[in-house]
Design a protein. Structure first.
Length: 554
């Protein structure tokens, strides 16, 4: 969208110029990556638990925070929600599966004044994963229990042997019930959060290894990070665990209903349902994604004088961790061919002082290695034979990716390109990236105006609140509204901003609960300088126009 475009009509969907064509956007939304949640025909035939309306009805999906499709399209002929896609493989008696792609959690809409919707590609979804899974499980169970509902459901499965429908649906419902139970946490995630590593480690260390004792409650949810500039970054996840994009993306698939086979302990035969070629393509598409520019036609003009003052403050207090024009790069000597990446900062927990639960859950988690024991023989072990769960994940992802590339004859430079060229000079092993330290990533902030809430756990509703002293930050606020607060930057969240009916559809975030702390990130140090309210608003004005890095990867 340019300044010459007419103001959008209420309800209109506005796509910003983020470097993607409509075709590329469609590919990002609906290219399968190997996630297999349940059979495609089952999801399409399923009704809502207590209604005859389809489970996939746009309004019902929207209630969970995920984005309904604008309508059928070439890659999405049945109008599945954004990021829900049919697997290309035949499947079993019920046919192909349906699963999730990155787009489900990394695409967002913002509601501007006047009712227009801004599509933020690569943005942070406000989807409620636990709500979706609970509704899906309930819908399957009610279908089995209600004869009339089951009859309607079975009549829609024209391609399935009628004798297989009930036993097949019972098995599917049992698996979804198990997955839904595995997503239970004492403190709900709410909107826009997921304990990604908790689910990935459970999927690999507990489910795939058939070691139930390795299961841990996934109770350290983090916000979905935005994706623009991530292919250029040295580290992407909040804890800096993944050093190469292929390993990072394959691990993500395993956390959202991908499956791993350990082939009776034969490492040469380890495999997964991940579609590696598509993951490589996905990374290339995201590499061309630009941060969203502030659309003045829709959101109002930027105060140039205030932004100039904000730029000076940002340079003084923020660039040391987050970078900014010019963004620092990794040393050319660190990577094969002198390739350089954005040198994102990993800020020690003792310095940033934000909620430690996500870091502790990952670094302090141990697991029985099971059939992976030979691959982990040299890893540090506890007295009872356990290894770090992170080592289990790394060994799994490494073996699966190497086996896939080898089976398809991808070697030499083609193999290194698949790994994003994350190789040290002279090394044939991809960089793993895990620093094994208690630190959180401070990434580039271009386009941050289009995201929120803030901090890794989503515990601060606006950027103004984040720049404020800890005691001034809201202790409780609502998450789920897509209305942008153009002054404080973030989504409208104050309780008095909503009617009672509106609040019923939102999630109340309580920062006093475990994993939800809004403490930390007190910069600048109050003993050195304090930001006045005017200073905070000036930085916010600058963040509306902060440009992203102009870096060539290869």
């Amino acid at each position: 969208m340019s300044s010459r475009d007419p103001a959008p009509k209420p309800g209109a969907l506005v796509t910003l110029d983020q470097g993607w064509s409509d075709d590329l956007r469609e590919k990002f939304y609906y290219t399968p990556q190997g996630s297999q949640l349940l059979p495609y025909v089952v999801l399409r035939a399923l009704e809502q638990p207590f209604s005859q309306e389809p489970f996939l009805a746009p309004g019902y999906i929207a209630e969970t925070g995920f984005l309904p499709a604008e309508g059928p399209s070439a890659l999405n002929p049945d109008g599945l929600p954004v990021g829900f896609v049919k697997d290309p493989r035949p499947g079993g008696a019920f046919g192909p599966s349906v699963g999730l792609t990155c787009a489900a959690c990394h695409t967002a809409d913002i509601e501007a004044k006047g009712g227009a919707r801004l599509r933020i590609d690569g943005g942070a979804s406000l989807g409620d994963y636990q709500m979706f899974m609970r509704r899906l499980s309930t819908a399957l169970d009610v279908t089995l229990a209600d004869p009339a509902k089951f009859q309607r459901f079975a009549a829609r499965l024209v391609t399935v042997d009628p004798k297989l429908v009930r036993p097949g649906l019972e098995a599917i419902a049992a698996e979804i019930r198990r997955l839904e139970a595995g997503a239970w946490t004492p403190v709900p995630y709410g909107r826009g959060r997921l304990d990604a590593f908790g689910h990935i480690l459970n999927a690999v260390a507990a489910d795939a290894l058939a070691e139930p004792a390795n299961f841990r409650i996934p109770d350290a949810p983090v916000s979905y990070p935005f994706l623009w500039t991530t292919p250029r970054q040295r580290y992407v996840q909040w804890n800096g665990v993944a050093g190469n994009p292929l390993g990072r993306n394959l691990g993500e698939v395993l956390g959202v209903f991908g499956h791993t086979s350990f082939a009776n302990g034969n490492p040469a035969a380890f495999s997964s349902t991940a579609l590696v070629d598509n993951l490589v393509a996905l990374e290339a598409w995201v590499a061309s994604l630009k941060p969203p520019a502030w659309p003045e036609k829709v959101l109002g003009k930027v105060d140039a004088a205030k932004a100039k003052r904000g730029a000076e403050l940002f340079k003084s207090y923020c660039t040391g961790c987050h970078g900014g024009p010019d963004y620092p790069l990794t040393p050319a000597a660190d990577t094969e061919g002198g390739r350089q990446w954005l040198a994102v900062s990993m800020v020690d927990l003792a310095k940033v002082k934000t909620d430690p639960k996500m870091i502790a859950n990952f670094t302090d988690r141990f697991a029985r290695p099971g059939v992976l024991a030979p691959l982990l023989a040299n890893a540090p072990h506890t007295a009872d034979g356990q290894v770090r769960a992170a080592a289990v994940l790394l060994a799994t992802v490494s073996a699966v990716t190497e086996n896939d590339l080898r089976a398809r004859g991808i070697t030499g430079d083609a193999r290194k390109a698949a790994y994003g060229w994350r190789f040290s000079p002279g090394s044939n092993t991809p960089q793993s990236g895990w620093l094994q330290t208690a630190a959180y990533k401070a990434g580039p902030l271009a386009g941050v105006w289009a995201t929120g809430p803030f901090l890794h756990n989503g515990s601060v509703p606006t950027l103004y609140d984040l720049l404020s002293p800890e005691e001034e930050r809201p202790a409780r606020f609502y998450v789920g509204s897509k209305r942008l607060d153009t002054e404080k930057l973030g989504f409208v969240s104050a309780p008095d901003a909503f009617t009672e009916k509106e609040r019923a559809g939102l999630f109340l975030f309580d920062t006093s609960l475990p994993g939800n702390s809004n403490r930390g990130h007190v910069f600048p140090d109050p003993s050195v300088a304090k930001l006045s309210p005017e200073d905070r608003f000036a930085i916010i004005e600058y963040l509306k126009i902060l440009e992203g890095p102009n870096v060539q990867q290869h």
